[in-house]
Design a protein around this ligand. Structure first.
Ligand SMILES: [Zn+2]
Length: 449
């Protein structure tokens, strides 16, 4: 996604992309990387521990002749998965490169046909941008995307309603690598260093510096026990890849299971698998104040857990939020049984839009929120808010003079005068909003309770 206002004019953006593509091969050689021959590479296995969770690496605007093959080679040779958001017009021009994404096991989203400012289009033109892209991807690889990223991160309630007509989950980002803006490889690498479990980073399938940054990014993730994951179509958060990543829409069969009962749903995915034990990633949707019960199979026992409070009693595990969002994981000893356990979810508290639900057990007001400015345009800017200490929070944002709300994502946000009130909507503990500046570009203040 190119946010520089100069890219409102298409021609300079085209020239920039062409230059970046031509430079990619030379830059790779300079970095000492091996560019594999075209064709399906044999995927390596990610060699790091995933005990700290998963992050979503995303690459927009492809496929790009001269770049996509190198990107796919770097990802597969490192055993790394990723999510790509191609433009329909580029898919039409390079269907072979879309298939290269698919053969590498990447998740393929929709990034419109030709990268317009979607919020400036009529509803029918929005629909056309999305449907043409769904169709060309479906025709090329046999399945249609479930994820959609609007160009420039610009969205609106009208656009969201069009997305929902196509069953698409909107995915913005938590961290902007600024690779579209000429960031150096080391700056892109350090941006990725800010990723935490479940978060998504914006990168692109055309800058040479992005290719150069990837080996360092992988090295850093390994040292932090984070792994490249997939972006969940139900939560928009990065989660463990399933055993069968089709690269397309369905996610298919394989090692997934789950269940639901009241007010929330949990899905289980097998992630790491060793001879004596395996990892299970659980993603909860529908509530942020949940209790998940896992019924272990015969012989199985708990080794370890992360991102939730997990207790074990007999063959039952009980998990509740610990402030790390709505995805958590456990490691189970197999003792000869490698079947996924079954799970059910119960929401505590009212999951409604005004509620937030008390989790009980006290201390539910102990949370903190930090705001950072994400994207910045002449008339408005994005703010990313990260809550820690609780999954059942209410954040009050006090806008600066003149500022007003344009849009929000990953939380239920209401506006009254100069105060915004945000509560969880099941997308985890990071949310964002776009503010009109009206001459005031200061980041607002916020409190959490
Ligand atoms: Zn883009």
């Amino acid at each position: 996604m190119r946010h520089n206002p100069s890219h409102h004019r298409r021609t300079p953006g085209r020239r920039l992309r062409a230059v970046a593509g031509a430079a990619a091969a030379g830059s790779l050689a300079a970095a000492g990387l091996v560019a594999l021959a075209a064709g399906p590479a044999t995927a390596a296995t990610w060699s790091g521990s995933c005990s700290a969770g998963y992050v979503g690496l995303t690459f927009d605007d492809g496929p790009t002749a001269g770049n996509t093959t190198n990107l796919v080679s770097i990802l597969t040779s490192n055993g790394a998965t990723a999510t790509v958001f191609p433009e329909g017009q580029n898919v039409q021009a390079h269907p072979d490169l879309l298939r290269a994404y698919q053969q590498a096991g990447l998740t393929i989203g929709n990034h419109t046909w030709d990268h317009p400012h979607m919020t400036q289009l009529s509803q029918s033109d929005m629909s056309s941008e999305i449907s043409r892209t769904q169709s060309v991807i479906q025709q090329t690889i046999g399945s249609a995307p479930q994820l959609f990223r609007p160009p420039y991160g610009e969205t609106s309630s009208t656009l969201k309603s069009v997305e929902s007509q196509y069953g698409l989950r909107e995915v913005i980002w938590d961290v902007d690598s600024q690779d579209w803006n000429g960031a150096s490889a080391s700056a892109i690498r350090s941006a990725a260093g800010r990723l935490t479990n479940g978060q998504v980073i914006l990168m692109h399938d055309w800058p040479a510096n992005t290719l150069s940054a990837l080996p360092g990014i992988f090295s850093d993730l390994k040292s932090r026990n984070l792994c490249p994951g997939v972006v969940s179509a139900s939560t928009g958060r990065a989660v463990a890849p399933s055993g069968s990543s089709g690269g397309g829409s369905t996610g298919g069969g394989g090692s997934t299971g789950g269940g639901s009962s009241s007010g929330c749903t949990v899905s289980l995915t097998k992630s790491g698998d060793w001879s004596d034990r395996f990892n299970v990633t659980a993603s909860v949707s529908g509530s942020s104040a949940w209790t998940v019960t896992l019924n272990l199979g015969s012989g199985q026992s708990l080794q370890n857990s992360w991102n939730a409070n997990v207790t074990s009693s007999g063959s039952t595990l009980t998990a509740t939020p610990n402030g790390s969002g709505n995805s958590f994981g456990v490691t189970l000893y197999k003792n000869g049984n490698s079947n996924l356990p079954t799970a059910s979810c119960n929401a505590s508290g009212s999951g409604g839009s005004t509620g937030g639900g008390s989790t009980g057990g006290g201390g539910s007001s102990a949370c903190t929120v930090s705001l950072t400015k994400a994207n910045d345009w002449s008339d408005r800017f994005n703010v990313s808010a990260t809550v820690s200490g609780s999954s059942s929070w209410t954040v009050k944002v006090t806008l600066g003079s003149g500022q007003s709300l344009q849009n929000s994502w990953n939380a239920t946000v209401t506006s009254s005068g100069s105060t915004l009130t945000a509560t969880p909507n099941g997308s985890g503990n990071t949310f964002g909003f776009t503010l009109y500046k009206n001459g005031n570009g200061n980041v607002p203040t916020a409190t959490c309770s």
